[in-house]
Design a protein around this ligand. Structure first.
Ligand code: HEM
Length: 149
């Protein structure tokens, strides 16, 4: 298995980065939709349109992209000689990825609140939430590219 992973490493890394781009695009866009949706009148055409956009973005892009990021990420972890687990960077990266997953879970939960017209959080709350995936993405990319420690 190790030999195969070593051979296909460039393909697995390419597919990992493609999945990451799709996941991050959705994670940065969905909270932005919540910012505007929080100010839309319940039952209005605008609110109903936001519900469709949010559902399709989460189910059609964010969820599958997270799954493929994880699958290709784990395959990379299993590639012989690639990661030295005594280094710090990989643990900080995995901790930041875990937090990204936690944000993802909350975004999914809040989508259901909007769908049931039960959202009570203001636009300002989602504007702040929008910064979290950005900061986590910066930490993750610096850790994996620079490997500072
Ligand atoms: C559980 C999830 C993840 C695992 C297990 C994982 C693991 C890895 C591993 C082992 C590598 C190869 C490092 C190397 O070639 O030296 C890698 C590359 C990379 N990962 Fe992840 N990763 C995960 C999630 C993410 C996320 C969420 C992002 C971005 C937000 C990300 C961004 C990258 C980038 C940009 C590279 C290429 C680095 C380079 O070419 O130098 N990864 N990942």
């Amino acid at each position: 298995m190790g030999d195969i992973l070593a051979e296909i490493y460039p393909w697995v890394k390419a597919l990992h980065i493609i999945s990451v781009i799709a996941w991050m695009a959705g994670m940065l866009y969905l909270p932005r939709l919540y910012v505007y949706h929080a100010d839309a009148e319940t039952g209005s055409d605008q609110s109903e349109t936001f519900k469709i956009m949010e559902r399709r973005l989460l189910r059609g892009i964010i969820n599958p992209a997270m799954i493929s990021t994880l699958i290709f990420g784990v395959l990379l972890l299993g590639t012989p000689g690639l990661v030295d687990f005594t280094d710090f960077w990989i643990w900080i990266k995995l901790a930041a990825v875990f937090l990204m997953g936690w944000v993802h879970g909350n975004l999914s939960r809040w989508r259901k609140d909007f769908e049931r017209d039960e959202n009570t959080r203001p636009a300002k709350f989602y504007r702040m939430v929008n910064e979290i995936p950005t900061v986590l993405m910066i930490i993750i990319v610096i850790m994996v590219v620079v490997k500072p420690f």
